[in-house]
Ligand binder design. Sequence first.
Ligand code: CP
Ligand code: NVA
Length: 330
Amino acid sequence: MNLQGRDFLKLLDYTPEEIMYLIDLAAELKDQKKKGIAHDSELRGKNIALIFEKTSTRTRCSFEVAAHDLGMHVTYLDPSGSQIGKKESIADTARVLSRMYDGIEYRGYGQEIVEELARYADVPVWNGLTNEFHPTQMIADMLTIREHLGKLKGIKFVYMGDARYNMGNSLMVTCAKLGMNFVACTSKKYFPDQSLVEICEKIAAETGATITLTDDVVAGTKDADVIYTDVWVSMGEPAEVWKERIRELSPYQVRASVMNNAGVDAIFMHCLPAFHDLSTTIGKEVYEKFGLSELEVTDEVFESEQSVVFDEAENRMHSIKAIMYATLPR
Ligand code: CP
Ligand code: NVA
């Protein structure tokens, strides 16, 4: 398998075999790191640029730690610290950064921006999250599921909440590619876009996956292997939508009754950050306005034995390392 020189923009661009290769490579690099085996010989001295037009904890830290473990140097461009978009076009930025860096990570708004960046850049571009997709999260999530359940193919994977945004879209694509049974369990308005559903159904027909959209919590989550959720309001969305989201998505909160209806060995996953208590500024503001102290997941489920969210967060680093290791030309 040779992925050198490839961009990593969305999993629709990757075959099931290539995705499995990245998951296996992430597992191998994780094992090496745990054993103290260095893996900095091949990429030592390379430089990467990290462009973040939205904030981040996990993705940024994962790229930085992974780059350092691989012997590389990093430049971080924060949401206000560059000319991108304001004084310089994406196309020009891509051509400038390609003259200095060996790879570019981009987190921002529309998917078309990262696609344009990749079109003009001569070096691999990695999508660190757009409104539509979050592909690096997918490798970490699949690695985490395999670590806990021992397999991917054939499992029932249920996504609750806003299934038409980056996480719902990416998880539906990934499940379709890897032969998993994807269920979007949410209010109809929050079902993924029909055109993406149709693309995924075509992929599913070849891999043995299934795609189900339902607003029935009991039927949707029955005997599930994985229950997954994400914030109800994503980065870049206006605060005004909270009221509507709370009203429409509260029935799809992940609570004990959902986990009890799922399979006995079901795990709970969340890409994080999560609103499960009042320890955040936004969490407190929402509580003061709407009286809810827990949003997409209850604190009970978040802190339960079934919750694997911190394994998932750790795996972001190992999987981002695998993506860079695989795609950077030697
Ligand atoms: N899951 C995730 O992408 O987290 P950050 O926003 O902290 O990078
Ligand atoms: N849907 C969330 C994911 C964060 C990792 C957002 O875009 O804010």
